[in-house]
Design a protein around this ligand. Structure first.
Ligand SMILES: [Zn+2]
Length: 219
């Protein structure tokens, strides 16, 4: 009885391999981290670095978004590596020097926040020790991206975000998100930030998925 109750609050098994212990075991974290951050480009030309691959990390992301918040630490550290990779590439290109860079999270919708009770991207960033600048908000309600094809996803996200608050003109920005699928969300966010004078260096996500029907890609 007691152990059943503890299961409700303290994960006692790895969400990925079911080994006894923390929510995500060290062996799984090592396996997830092994390939290292991978780069891809979106249709809109945003460079994206992702720490983990969907085929390795699907169970982790699904468990996390369903409320396994202890996974936030490993996810946050992975996201931190992806952010470092974006910045390293931008420095190599000469797009940014040593000035401060704003990490801008893709926001959750009010609907998702009500359902989950936490902001997955912001919690990950906090656990990964990355201060964020919350300047994006949802400008309108968007359709669930699941089940939409590549083109429909892009159309669905046009004008989805608005900028609130003030960004320094020319401020270098790295977008952060949990999962990238087609990149439509990141492109829409990058476009609105650029229209407000920000210099978007690229985006970093914890996980990268190729499939268009990724169940975790909901806002
Ligand atoms: Zn494990």
């Amino acid at each position: 009885m007691i152990s059943e109750l503890l299961d409700l609050v303290v994960p006692s098994a790895c969400v990925r391999c079911d080994a006894d212990g923390p929510a995500l075991c060290d062996a799984c974290i090592a396996e997830l981290n092994r390939p290292g951050p991978a780069r891809r480009g979106t249709a809109g030309g945003t460079a994206v670095f992702s720490a983990w691959r969907w085929e390795d990390a699907a169970s982790v992301m699904q468990a996390y978004k369903a409320g396994q918040t202890p996974c936030a630490r490993a996810l946050g550290q992975a996201l931190h590596h992806a952010v470092d990779a974006v910045i390293a590439e931008a420095r190599e290109r000469g797009d940014v020097g040593t000035e401060p860079i704003a990490l801008v999270p893709i926001p959750s919708s009010a609907r998702s926040y009500r359902r989950r009770g936490f902001h997955p991207v912001e919690l990950m960033a906090r656990r990964g020790e990355m201060p964020v600048v919350r300047v994006l908000r949802h400008a309108r309600r968007v359709a669930d991206q699941r089940g939409l094809g590549r083109r429909d996803r892009a159309a669905n996200m046009v004008g989805a975000f608005a900028v609130h608050g003030v960004l320094r003109p020319g401020c270098p920005v790295v977008l952060i998100d949990d999962v990238v699928t087609t990149g439509a969300t990141l492109d829409a966010a990058a476009a609105v930030l650029r229209s407000r004078g920000a210099r978007v260096l690229g985006a970093a996500t914890a996980v990268s998925a190729d499939r268009d029907d990724t169940p975790a890609n909901d806002r």
